[in-house]
Design a protein around this ligand. Structure first.
Ligand code: ATP
Ligand code: MG
Length: 397
């Protein structure tokens, strides 16, 4: 018996003339990911990618990796038989034994993409249903709410039998929507924001601002760890690390304390603008959520936004902390995010930040100092590293 994995599309299935481009992208994302696990052969037919393990490559490990690839609607492990109902019946009990072990009820779902097959779908269901009842006399049929749905699909190349369909990560293949720059802090929110935008097909690269000696090496290592964890869903990530100390000191020395945070965030955005222009990012992503803190009120976000020269995506804007935390747990970044190291945002943070800052006042406050020179310097001193999925980090100095 040959076992393989069927990958069914998510939203791609709804695309029109561009569908092939999306399919190509999904398939190459899958290939890149599974290369780390072993060798697989690929075939694409009827809105499905068939992945066959070669030379003992581990199917279950591949399924685990596939669960984290955007663009996939469903994953099914299946056995392939000749298109002959007797052949399927002869082997079915052996293949289904594991899946039906703890089940009390089942149903058969037959699909006949190959209309030349001599039995109709209801006839296939009847025949296989009887065969399952014979082989597993202790379980019964429940067509409405079965413990296990056994699927047989008659396709061009064979009969595919499966007992488990796993929901895929959904969304669009990473890269199919272009690329954006995520402002990644060490907190819970920004990795979740990156995950959500990668799900919409963006390549997500990260920019992080550090303020040594006020922020420690361990704080930086924590963010790098987050980056590595994010590659599980996002694929390879470029990581821009911006020295921000002098800018923060200049804000502290020249601007009213109540505006520190908003001015700091605007300067971060201006630096992000620069790298968007230089390296071709079409948007900036942040982990902001409306009203979460003083710098995320409507007025404060308005002031920050005014510094942006690119669209700013804030996928968490309408979520509360519980919802965001759920995402962070699901994607595996939560435990790293709650490590206690300080972020540069907490350095010189005002006791009484202005919750309704006016842009005019902010611009006036910023005019007290020539920040552009320091921005140029920070940009020139920015280091870039590349995090590759499943590989050791490559340093690009
Ligand atoms: P997070 O959990 O993402 O840190 P937060 O609730 O702590 O968010 P803030 O500290 O106000 O919120 O930051 C708001 C957003 O600004 C972050 O989600 C992130 O996108 C960006 N940001 C904050 N600090 C940094 C930093 N040091 N480097 C890069 N981006 C940052
Ligand atoms: Mg933060």
């Amino acid at each position: 018996m040959k076992e393989l994995i069927m990958v069914k599309y998510g939203e791609i299935a709804l695309k029109g003339i561009n569908k092939k481009t999306f399919e190509d992208m999904l398939q190459s994302n899958i290939k890149r990911r599974l290369k780390k696990i072993g060798q697989f052969a690929y075939e694409r037919m009827q809105s499905t990618i068939y992945i066959e393990p070669l030379e003992g490559a581990d199917v279950d490990e591949a399924v685990e990796a596939l669960k984290k690839i955007f663009g996939i609607g469903a994953i099914q492990k299946c056995a392939v038989y000749p298109k002959d109902i007797e052949a399927v019946k002869a082997h079915l009990s052996e293949y289904l034994a594991d899946a039906l072990e703890d089940a009390k009820t089942f149903k058969i779902e037959a699909k006949r993409a190959d209309k030349t097959f001599p039995l109709t779908s209801p006839e296939i269901q009847q025949t296989l249903g009887d065969a399952v009842l014979d082989a597993f006399p202790e379980i019964g049929v429940d067509v409405h709410n079965p413990d296990v749905t056994v699927r047989l699909e008659i396709r061009d190349n064979g009969a595919y039998l499966s007992a488990k369909r796993i929901t895929g990560a959904g969304g669009m293949p990473v890269g199919s929507s272009g690329k954006a720059l995520l402002m990644l802090s060490g907190g819970i929110d920004s990795p979740a924001a990156g995950y959500m935008m990668a799900k919409r097909g963006l390549v997500v690269d990260c920019i992080h601002y550090i303020s040594p000696p006020y922020t420690s090496d361990r704080a930086l290592t924590k963010v790098q760890k987050l980056c590595e964890e994010m590659t599980e869903f996002c694929g390879d990530i470029m990581f821009y690390c911006v020295p921000f100390t002098e800018l923060q000191e200049a804000i502290r020395d020249n601007c009213p304390e109540e505006y520190f945070t908003v001015i700091m965030r605007r300067l971060m955005v201006k630096i992000a603008n620069y790298f968007c222009g230089k390296d071709g990012y079409g948007a900036i992503i942040t982990g902001e959520s409306l009203a979460q803190v003083a710098s995320q009120t409507l007025s404060a976000i308005g002031c920050t936004n005014a510094a942006a020269e690119y669209p700013v995506f804030r996928p968490l804007i309408g979520m509360d902390k519980i919802e965001i935390t759920e995402i962070a747990r699901k994607i595996g970044t939560f435990e790293t995010s709650i490590l206690p190291y300080e972020d540069c945002c907490s350095v010189f943070s005002p006791k009484h930040p202005r919750t309704k800052p006016h842009l005019d006042d902010i611009l006036k406050a910023e005019a007290a100092f020539d920040f552009d020179k320091l921005i140029e310097k920070a940009v020139a001193e920015t280091t870039v590293k590349r995090y590759k999925y499943g590989e050791e980090t490559v340093f690009l100095e």
